[in-house]
Ligand binder design. Structure first.
Ligand SMILES: Cc1cc2nc3c(=O)[nH]c(=O)nc-3n(C[C@H](O)[C@H](O)[C@H](O)COP(=O)(O)O)c2cc1C
Length: 320
């Protein structure tokens, strides 16, 4: 059976511009979780907090699940109602963000050391929202015992699924993912579990699949940004030659660039955004590191385009 694959949310990267350009050129994902929206933003009237997930800004080729970062049931319910009004059927609660400024304010993975708080939050929220709820967790805040304690406590809630990135918050992305503790999670819950972490090649995916039985789906983050062909390769949907890959990658980069050019105000914002993306894309090519360095210094969009065109005209070797 074909595996179920989710595009992971990466704040600043996998927004509507990325998702739309992605689904024009590549395929293989069954669903994307959008980068988080803070629930407290529903009370501010300056910018629409839902702008990234507005249906008119998102092509319907890729199913989308909005994500909310919150430690306040009241604003969570309010923002979820607004999300439901846009037509979405599922919302994801972010309990995984590892950034210290978020963890220290008892949000994201900072909440995982407080399972009673999470239970209380779910008791208030689940009966009051008009959509199904999924969770995205790390193993804990500082220790992976957090998830072992939490899972039995949330077993009775009607949750759509639980996505688990098997690291604790304080580790950020260092140390290997803790597959052992993830396997214990599979034994501890009847909820559908989605595995997320370090899937960066077909080989890693197959090894994880062989090791973990009972996983409902697989979420791919950084590996899928560096190698956008990965989902179709995992599903064996299409085999592209290196030339086709370069061509398809280039078309995708053009779409991202043109869409940001329309949306962002001024060349500085545009170039900052391209730089943010190139920190990942550069890893797909021999010579990508040097190109990233050059892109980081460039201020003029025309120069940027000429530089990228020149790079692709030289048929750079692929590392993916
Ligand atoms: C730059 C960046 C931004 C991220 N933003 C989010 C986010 O908005 N919401 C979220 O749940 N996870 C976020 N994550 C975590 C990823 O979704 C994913 O869980 C993590 O990268 C591990 O998966 P991977 O090893 O496949 O990349 C972010 C990660 C990175 C590197």
């Amino acid at each position: 059976m074909e595996p179920i694959l989710y595009m992971a949310p990466l704040q600043g990267v996998t927004n509507h511009v990325y998702r739309n350009a992605y689904s024009k050129e590549f395929f293989g994902y069954d669903l994307a979780v959008a980068p988080f929206i803070r629930s407290c933003e529903i009370r501010k009237s300056t910018k629409n907090p839902l702008r990234d997930i507005l249906p008119e800004r998102n092509c319907d080729r890729l199913k989308l699940v909005p994500q909310v970062l919150s430690n306040d049931p009241r604003t969570f319910i309010l923002i979820t109602q607004a999300i439901a009004d846009l037509g979405y059927k599922t919302v994801n609660w972010n309990l995984g963000c590892p950034l210290s400024k978020i963890r220290n304010k008892k949000r994201g993975s900072g909440l995982l050391s407080e399972p009673e708080f999470i239970v209380d939050f779910l008791s208030q929220v689940v009966p009051r929202i008009p959509v199904s709820l999924s969770l995205k967790l790390r193993l804990g805040n500082e220790t992976s015992n957090d998830i072992l304690k939490l899972l039995p406590m949330i077993e009775g809630f009607a949750l759509k699924e639980i996505i688990v990135h098997p690291r604790v918050g304080k580790e950020m992305y260092s140390y290997p993912a803790d597959i052992e503790t993830f396997s214990r999670c599979l034994e501890l819950t009847e909820h559908r579990l989605i595995y997320n972490g370090d899937i960066n090649s077909v080989e890693t995916f197959n090894a994880l699949k062989g090791r973990l039985s009972g996983v409902y789906g697989w979420m791919i983050g950084r590996g899928g940004i560096v190698n956008p062909f990965l989902p179709e390769e995992i599903k064996n949907l299409r085999v592209s030659t290196d030339n086709e890959k370069r061509h398809r990658f280039y078309s995708f980069l053009e779409s991202v660039f043109l869409a940001y050019q329309q949306e962002l105000s001024g060349p500085r914002h545009l170039m900052d955004k391209m730089k943010e993306n190139w920190q990942w894309w550069s890893r797909a090519f021999v010579g990508g590191k040097q190109l990233f360095y050059q892109v980081s210094r460039i201020r003029k969009p025309d120069k940027y385009r000429a530089m990228v065109d020149n790079f692709f005209q030289q048929s750079p070797k692929l590392l993916i």
